[in-house]
Write a protein that binds this ligand. Structure first.
Ligand code: KIV
Length: 276
C-alpha cells in the first residue's frame, strides 16, 4: 500500500514535507515555482523543481485580473487538479484564495477540497498572528500548511499597493514573532514575499521549518517565482526580484532547468533581485 506514494515508478522518490525539512537541515536550496496546468506541470517536474505552487497569482496571469482578490476556491481546485496530473516528483501546494479561510471551520472545509479534489499535499494561506488559530486548527487535522508572510497580495487594497514589507524595525520584529508563532502553531513552511534580505535571513535562522522566499534575499532555504515571469511571458513592468530565464534558452524546459540550477547553485537571486 505504501509503495505507491513512495515510488510512483520513479528513480527518485516524490518530495514530501520531510524531504523539504532535510533539505533545509543540509543547506540544500529548495527550488519552487508556480504552475497552473498539466502541460507546464510536466515540464516543471522534469526540470527538477522540488515544490510546485498553484498560486492565486492565477487570477492575474491566467485570468487577467489586476489582483488575486477575485480568485475562488473552485478556480484553485480546478487548476490544482490539472497540475497534479502532470507531477510525479514535485510536492504540490495549493493556495487558499481571499476569504476562503476567514474562520477555522471554513479553512478546514476548503483545505479538504484542495487536497481531496485538487490533489494538493499542502495548502498555503496568507497571514500573520491573526491566522495562528486557523493554522492550529488545520494542523490538528493533519493538513500541512505553508504560511505566507511579508507582502500579502490578498491585502493589496488594505496596504495600498504591492510594496516591500518589514523595512521598519517594529514591523520586522512583528514579522519575526508572527513567523515563530505560525511555526509553533503547526505551519510546515513559511513563505516570505518582498522583505529586506536581512529580515529573510533572520527569520530563516530563527525557524526550524523551511523558509521559502520571493524577493526575500539569498539567505533563505528556497526560492519561488511565478512561472510566467521567468519565461518572459508576463508583459510590462515585472517586480525587481524577477529574472528572465528564457533569455538565451531555446525552450521553456531549458529555461526552467536554468532556473532550478541557478537556485541550487545560489546564483539566483543576485543583489539586483534583492531588497535592503
Ligand atoms: O500566488 C502566488 O503565485 C504566490 C507566489 C507569488 C508565492 O503566492
Amino acid at each position: 500500500m505504501y509503495t505507491q506514494l513512495e515510488q510512483r515508478g520513479m528513480p527518485e522518490p516524490p518530495v514530501n514535507v520531510s524531504t523539504l525539512r532535510t533539505m533545509k537541515d543540509k543547506g540544500e536550496p529548495i527550488a519552487c515555482l508556480t504552475a497552473y496546468d498539466a502541460s507546464f506541470a510536466v515540464l516543471v517536474d522534469a526540470a527538477g523543481v522540488d515544490l510546485v505552487l498553484v498560486g492565486d497569482s492565477l487570477g492575474m496571469v491566467i485570468q487577467g485580473h489586476d489582483t488575486t482578490v477575485p480568485v475562488t476556491v473552485d478556480d484553485v481546485v480546478y487548476h490544482s487538479r490539472a497540475v497534479a496530473r502532470g507531477l510525479r516528483r514535485a510536492f504540490l501546494v495549493a493556495d487558499m484564495p481571499f476569504m476562503s479561510y476567514a474562520n477555522p471551520d471554513q479553512a478546514l472545509e476548503n483545505s479538504v477540497r484542495m487536497m481531496q479534489q485538487g490533489g494538493a499535499m499542502m495548502i498555503k494561506l496568507e497571514g500573520g498572528e491573526g491566522q495562528v488559530e486557523i493554522v492550529e486548527h488545520l494542523a490538528r487535522h493533519d493538513i500541512p500548511v505553508c504560511a505566507h508572510l511579508g507582502l500579502k497580495p490578498q491585502s493589496v487594497h488594505k496596504i495600498g499597493g504591492f510594496r516591500v514589507q518589514g523595512r521598519e524595525a517594529d514591523k520586522a520584529k512583528n514579522m519575526r514573532r508572527a513567523a515563530k508563532k505560525l511555526q509553533d502553531a503547526g505551519a510546515d513552511i513559511v513563505l516570505l514575499e518582498c522583505v529586506p534580505s536581512e529580515l529573510g535571513q533572520s527569520i530563516r535562522d530563527s525557524l526550524e521549518v523551511p523558509v521559502i522566499g520571493i524577493g526575500a534575499g539569498p539567505d533563505v532555504d528556497g526560492q519561488i517565482l511565478v512561472l510566467y515571469d521567468i519565461l518572459d511571458i508576463t508583459q510590462g513592468k515585472t517586480p525587481r526580484f524577477v529574472r528572465n530565464f528564457q533569455a538565451g534558452c531555446s525552450s521553456p524546459l531549458e529555461a526552467i532547468r536554468a532556473y532550478v540550477e541557478a537556485v541550487k547553485d545560489r546564483s539566483y537571486p543576485a543583489p539586483e533581485h534583492c531588497f535592503s
